[in-house]
Design a protein around this ligand. Sequence first.
Ligand code: ZN
Ligand code: ZN
Length: 204
Amino acid sequence: MSFEIPKTQKGVIFYEAGGKLEYKDLPVPTPKPNEILINVKYSGVCHTDLHAYKGDWADHVPLKLPLIGGHEGAGVVVAMGASVKGWKIGDLAGIKWLNGSCMNCEYCELGNESNCKHADLSGYTHDGSFQQYATADAVQAAKIPKGTDLAEVAPILCAGVTVYKALKTAELIAGDWVAISGAAGGLGSLATQYAKAMGYRLLL
Ligand SMILES: [Zn+2]
Ligand SMILES: [Zn+2]
């Protein structure tokens, strides 16, 4: 399978924190040796995207500028770098907040890559999913099973994994009670569904 990749694409970019959001023609990025190029079909919008856009966290973690936001992207792999393993053109892939990490520090080795000092963040330090073609580190990009509804899976890539991880690390057993604050919100509504599927009792 191969895809014709255009030179330009549409995307939303801003040049300074809080500046004008411009929907315009942008170059299609070339994947680095370790990256896959994903034709983004759907993207969720996370509250973190608003923090990135406003530069709220820029004093702590410098923001890439100009920046294309977005870290809940679901799409199709259309190209890949020379050292990528484990992916095929045509596979479904997800872009998460953690775009890539060093894979060499204690955090990375213990499966806590989000805490890596060298974490590369989609829609923050790495152009994200608010464009038709986005790059992601092949190790960290999410594998999405064939036949998955990409519109449904997009918000799971941040909101979903956030609460899923919380429920998993709580080390509960079926029948335990779980209290979910903000259960009607974006993350809460997903947490409620996961908790129910895991057999927990819910306090909403
Ligand atoms: Zn998010
Ligand atoms: Zn690391």
